[in-house]
Ligand binder design. Structure first.
Ligand code: SF4
Length: 285
């Protein structure tokens, strides 16, 4: 039987011209860009400042200062309070909530503005977390801002326990530094400064902590851009320094801010880095 002829194929549709895929260019890292610019416009500035500070304050050597949970709570106690008052509050916390844990030694070291803590067991963290708020406020009253800091301390301890099952922060030692910093800054009231202090002093991680002294000296010298915030300065420094320079830079910049580069009247005549400071000479090299 004859078969019906197949229908003629439909004419091919004209193809749309394809546009080549546009590749998105990664934005340059502003911290690295600043580090490069500084190196180009003011050669050796960072190296000269670090060397100048070392002639005056020495080469800081790292030694673990405290257990990391104690370090974190002590650092919260120093927020907007003098180190000496934070020490008093921590000692009082130990007395109000004693534990049977091994005694810890506080290596105060350079950069710390207090006298150092006595050698004693850390506070009983579960008891601190569960304490009635007025009791905790009373215990840390010698440090100042107790009404603000007591709930912050309890929230911090609760966060750690809920995430980890206990109050230990030793697990941070095995994390890459920036991941460990990101873990800590999830805690309400813990910023880059507090996290970096803990990770640097407990685990020798190369993270720069920028407090008001470091920020002031850095802005005056022109080490960071004039409008940089302290928060931004943390990452600017990570782009400007080699990992082995970070700890010494942190400690000596704090010492410099405390001893010579005071907020009100910097003693520029005795400053070892004066020739390169833009505060005294806006055209300093
Ligand atoms: S020259 Fe003066 S302002 Fe500049 S870093 Fe030294 S003490 Fe501070």
């Amino acid at each position: 039987m004859p078969t019906a002829p197949e229908p003629a194929p439909a004419p091919a549709k004209p193809r749309k011209p394809t546009t080549p895929a546009v590749r998105k260019r990664a934005l340059p890292d502003p911290n690295k860009a600043w580090a490069k610019r500084l190196a180009r416009l003011r050669p050796n500035l960072v190296a000269d400042v670090l060397a100048g500070l070392e002639t005056r304050y020495g080469t800081p050597s790292w030694e673990r200062r405290l257990d990391p949970t104690s370090e974190l709570i002590l650092t919260i106690l120093t927020q907007n309070s003098a180190d000496l008052n934070a020490e008093r509050a921590f000692e009082s916390l130990r007395l109000a909530f004693p534990s049977s844990a091994p005694a810890e030694k506080h290596i105060a070291g350079q950069g710390w503005g207090g006298l150092g803590l006595s050698e004693a067991p850390p506070p009983d963290w579960p008891a601190v977390e569960a304490a009635p708020l007025p009791e905790l406020v009373e215990a840390i009253r010698p440090g100042g801002l107790a009404q603000v800091k007591a709930p912050r301390i309890q929230a911090t301890l609760r966060f750690i326990r809920e995430e980890r099952g206990d109050h230990s922060l030793e697990f941070l030692a095995s994390m890459p530094p920036l991941d460990a910093r990101a873990w800590l800054t999830q805690i309400n009231g813990v910023g880059k400064k507090t996290a970096s202090v803990l990770l640097s002093f407990c685990f020798d991680m190369p993270l720069m902590a920028v407090d008001r002294h470091v920020e002031r000296v850095s802005l005056r010298m022109g080490l960071i851009p004039p409008k940089a915030t302290a928060d931004e300065a943390h990452d600017l420094y990570l782009a400007m320094l080699r990992p082995d320079q970070v700890f010494g830079a942190h400690v000596n910049l704090i010492s410099h801010g405390r001893v010579i580069c005071h907020a009100r009247r910097p003693d520029c005549d005795h400053c070892p880095v004066r020739p390169r400071c833009r505060f005294v000479d806006p055209k300093a090299p």
